[in-house]
Design a protein around this ligand. Structure first.
Ligand code: FAD
Length: 447
């Protein structure tokens, strides 16, 4: 939990700077951090509608995980598989790079790199897990990057996980308290000389200008890092599906429960159901567990009302009880959620148009912690006109078409969530793969 959420100064009056960044989530903050560090003479300003870390950055599951945000096949179509493999390696480096900055800047966010496991508890899940690991090996990763684990190997790593048939393990994952990382990163930006205004929503954003409620910034470069909130802008409604991911957290668990679970601090755990869960040990000794399936609302797609949902809450509580019986009696003390920016092809984008001076970082879907760090470094190089390995990554300048108009998108997203839930129930009941899942595959994140 973050102690100091006192908002910073608001923007008022007219200001001039070199680079104005809109949005103080990870995308905006990493861009500001690397740019200011690379050129201390630049005047870099960030404007944030609420407080730094207010969006998905401060609310997420804390997985600092490798793996590209988006579809490898889709990127490969434009850039080739070599380039996708290089991108994958960059995400592995990104996990360590975040750890490096956390350490250099003294950010107290519980960064701990112990890897992550994916668990399979039914035959169809086991089949999918095997296929996923084999595909990664075919793609060019080795067992040192990701490997299958037998039931006994899983039991050694997490003896308290129930009904596990097999698992997979990757070392390329760390755990953080995301809100502490976002707030600490904002402080680090300020120490370098970045100016951050909070509670200053940008009302219009265009070449060389950001118009906020009570002030205006003139800048050579304007970077949009508003992620899912972008859809609130005129003409942007269909650029992303604002999908909510919701989480629960238990009370702090006694040492005896942790001993029974045998869950080492810093190890991330997920499963491979269609509506999968992801879970971490928090730095204050709770289990924080999240998952998808929150209903998309036509009239109010981004709203605090969407941050809790009775049905998803029940499903997450049941998942916790079933997956980790030693914690089944723990009180659930927190329930929250946040919006993800899901582009139509699930692929992220970093772009910069030198002519207009407009930049964009985002479209990270549910995988933005490391992706935002890479985007920040990439945006630095693009703005400074440095041609580097980062500026030729496959998502630089990537184009995604818009989502279907409403109500098609609304009906489709409701149907998809319902279908996936039904597929999970079917597979658990019968132990057979739910063929219906194939129908919605084209709309789902790439595995
Ligand atoms: C519950 C949940 C769990 C997740 N778990 C993980 C995980 O474990 N690992 C992982 O990699 N990813 C995870 N994600 C996804 C990840 O958090 C996001 O992909 C990533 O944080 C998004 O990038 P961002 O931080 O830049 O966006 P955001 O944090 O959404 O930042 C956008 C910012 O822009 C501000 N803004 C918007 N409009 C304006 C405006 N007009 N003017 C000024 N400011 C504005 C917003 O207030 C916000 O602070 C999760 C997401 C959620 C919701």
């Amino acid at each position: 939990m973050v102690r100091n959420l006192r908002p910073r100064e608001q923007l008022s009056g007219d200001h001039t700077c070199d680079v104005a960044i809109v949005g103080a989530g990870f995308g905006g903050l990493w861009t500001a951090y690397y740019l200011q560090a690379a050129d201390p003479s630049l005047r870099v300003t960030v404007v944030e509608a609420e407080v730094a870390g207010f969006g998905a950055a401060g609310r997420n599951g804390g997985f600092v995980s490798a793996g590209i945000a988006g579809s490898g096949a889709r990127y490969a179509r434009a850039s080739g598989w070599e380039s996708v493999l290089r991108a994958e390696r960059e995400t592995q480096h990104g996990v360590d790079e975040i750890g490096r900055v956390v350490s250099v800047e003294g950010i107290d966010c519980g960064y701990r790199k112990e890897g992550a496991m994916t668990l399979a508890t039914t035959e169809p899940q086991l089949h999918r897990l095997r296929a996923r690991v084999e595909a990664k090996h075919r793609f060019g990763l080795g067992p040192e990057d990701v490997r299958l684990l037998t039931k006994d190997e899983v039991a050694e790593l997490i003896p308290g996980a129930a009904d596990v048939l097999a698992g997979s393990f990757t070392p390329h994952c760390a755990r953080v308290d995301p809100a502490r990382l976002a707030r600490g990163l904002a402080d680090a930006c300020e120490r370098l000389g970045v100016k951050i205004y909070e509670q200053s929503p940008a009302e219009r954003l265009g070449p060389k200008t950001v118009q906020c409620r009570n002030g205006r910034i003139s800048a050579e470069v304007v970077v949009r890092a508003t992620e899912s909130y972008t859809i609130r802008e005129r003409g942007e409604r269909h650029s992303f599906l604002p999908l909510y991911s919701l989480m629960i957290a238990t009370e702090p668990l006694p040492q005896q429960t942790w001993d029974e679970l045998g869950w080492r601090d810093g190890l991330g755990i997920a499963d491979i159901r269609h509506l999968y869960y992801y879970a971490n040990r928090t730095i204050d000794g709770r289990i924080a567990l999240g998952g998808r399936g929150a209903p998309y609302r036509l009239t109010d797609p981004i709203s605090p009302k969407n941050e809790r949902d009775a049905g998803v809450y029940e499903r997450l509580c049941a998942t916790l009880r079933d997956a980790f019986p030693a914690a089944s009696q723990a009180r659930i003390t927190h329930h929250w959620g946040g919006p993800l920016a899901v582009p139509r092809d699930w692929c992220m984008r970093t772009s910069f148009d030198r002519k207009t001076g407009l930049g964009f970082v985002g479209a990270f879907g549910g995988h933005g912690v490391v992706a935002a760090n890479i985007s920040g470094r990439t945006m630095r190089d693009l703005i400074l006109d440095d041609s580097t390995d980062l500026t030729s990554l496959p998502w630089v300048g990537h184009h995604t078409r818009n989502w279907e108009p409403e109500p098609i998108r609304f009906i489709a997203s409701r149907l998809i969530a319902r279908t996936l839930n039904a597929c999970d129930a079917y597979e658990e009941r019968t132990g057979k793969p739910a063929k219906r899942a194939r129908l919605v595959k084209p709309f789902l994140p790439p595995s």
